[in-house]
Design a protein. Structure first.
Ligand SMILES: [Zn+2]
Length: 94
């Protein structure tokens, strides 16, 4: 879990999981751009909209714009070096 400026991991071994840490760092960038409170308000709002639309937790979670950006780029460990400001925006309409 990313809570700016920290990445919180459940297990000690997760600290060494580069893909997981990259995923959470993408969320840190998103939080930095939006501000922490607005990030969580939009995150929750987008989740609820997706939940109403899709009726199930997991697909709704995976459709949150911030998760889409993070999951689609977590394996690219250089993603944050090339990422544009508000990089999540292009995932909003998909
Ligand atoms: Zn995530």
């Amino acid at each position: 879990m990313a809570l700016f400026p920290f990445v919180l991991v459940a297990l000690e071994k997760d600290k060494y999981d580069k893909v997981l840490i990259n995923h959470e760092k993408i969320h840190l960038y998103q939080q930095l751009e939006m501000g922490i409170i607005p990030f969580y308000l939009v995150y929750l709002g987008h989740y609820l909209i997706q939940l109403i639309k899709l009726k199930k937790h997991h697909p709704a979670y995976m459709n949150i714009v911030f998760e889409k950006e993070a999951y689609q780029n977590e394996w690219n460990l250089e993603y944050l070096q090339d990422r544009k400001l508000w990089g999540f925006w292009k995932y909003w309409t998909r």
